[in-house]
Design a protein around this ligand. Structure first.
Ligand code: GDP
Length: 299
């Protein structure tokens, strides 16, 4: 939590501070409300949520202005409501019938999939769970090496195939070993070539099908780079049309001033942000919590 606050305050503090400064003006005139709207849009919250939030703030601050609720409290409540504290953000990693839970990690190249798989493995190991990694991003030789390095680093086995091998065969083998060796969780890293939707659908569909011959996929995590803004949203949409995404990992939040993307992507996909990436190191992954996130924004 402390880390979340520190990392966010460096990059995102501007959003919270900017909004608070605007809301604390003596007169909330039309120009001020326009500035507030611009500030929210710049933070990638999206058009519809921005309008809703501004409407709520206008109403509440007009009515409650003199009743001892500070603008800060009102803003905090409304931002938390927008991020939606009621969503279930726990990872589904529990398999059934003695089989491992299987987590499929998808997203475009460079979003931070491999890094995220390594970081999740680290958390699982710390929780005394037995994890195994499948390096099904076989199109990028470096990705397989990178995952192998993460495996060594956190002390979990990595199943890999020869370079250029079929991602589905690696995924199959990883889950087979996971079942055989009574692992608790198998994490499968996939390739993120967004060449075209049909190709992606073929590839991820096949990966998912071969896994499910052996154990149910309990979680499909879509990894999104927070710094990519609207472009990232377009990609998110494509992935969500191809696989049933059950959770979002928002990476590089440490390097983005656009925390509003949390709101935008949840709205767009109807799926919760479950984890946030806050740096390149093994411990730089945190469970997402609406209240803590908004507190970090507000500094
Ligand atoms: P992949 O192609 O989706 O597997 O992406 P990688 O895991 O290789 O990550 C791409 C780059 O982003 C690497 O340099 C990572 O170290 C970096 N990265 C991943 N997650 C984060 C994060 O949360 N914060 C920062 N600052 N960098 C990250």
């Amino acid at each position: 939590l402390v880390r979340l606050r520190q990392r966010l305050s460096r990059s995102q503090g501007g959003l919270g501070r900017g909004l608070l400064a605007l809301l604390s003006r003596d007169r909330l005139d039309e120009d001020t409300w326009e500035d507030i709207e611009d500030t929210l849009l710049t933070a990638d919250i999206g058009v519809a949520p921005t309008q809703e939030l501004v409407e709520r703030l206008r109403t509440r601050l007009r009515v409650e202005g003199n009743e001892g609720t500070t603008p800060r409290e009102v803003l905090r409540e409304e931002l938390v409501a927008l991020v939606d504290p009621t969503m279930d953000r726990r990872l589904s990693i529990s398999g059934a019938d003695g089989k491992p839970g299987v987590v499929l990690v998808v997203g475009v190249n460079g979003a931070g999939k491999t890094t995220t798989v390594g970081k999740i493995a680290r958390i699982l190991v710390a929780e005394d769970r037995r994890a195994l990694l499948g390096a099904a991003d076989t199109f990028r030789a470096a990705a397989v090496e990178q995952l192998a390095t993460w495996g060594e680093r956190v002390g979990v086995p990595v199943v890999r195939g020869p370079e250029g091998s079929d991602p589905a065969s690696v995924a199959f083998e990883a889950v087979r070993r996971g079942v055989d060796e009574s692992m608790d969780v198998v994490l499968v890293d996939t390739a993120g070539r967004l060449q075209n939707k049909a190709g992606l659908m073929d590839e991820l569909g096949k990966v998912k099908r071969v896994i499910e011959k052996q154990a149910p996929v309990t979680e499909v995590l879509l990894v999104l780079d927070a710094t990519t803004g609207q472009n990232g949203m377009v990609q998110a949409r494509v992935f969500s049309e191809v696989v049933d995404v059950s959770g979002i990992v928002l990476t590089k939040l440490d390097g983005s001033a656009k925390g509003g993307i949390v709101v935008a992507v949840q709205r767009e996909l109807g799926v919760p942000v479950k984890l946030v990436g806050l740096g390149e190191g093994p411990d730089d992954l945190a469970p997402f919590d609406a209240g803590a996130f908004v507190d970090a924004l507000l500094g």
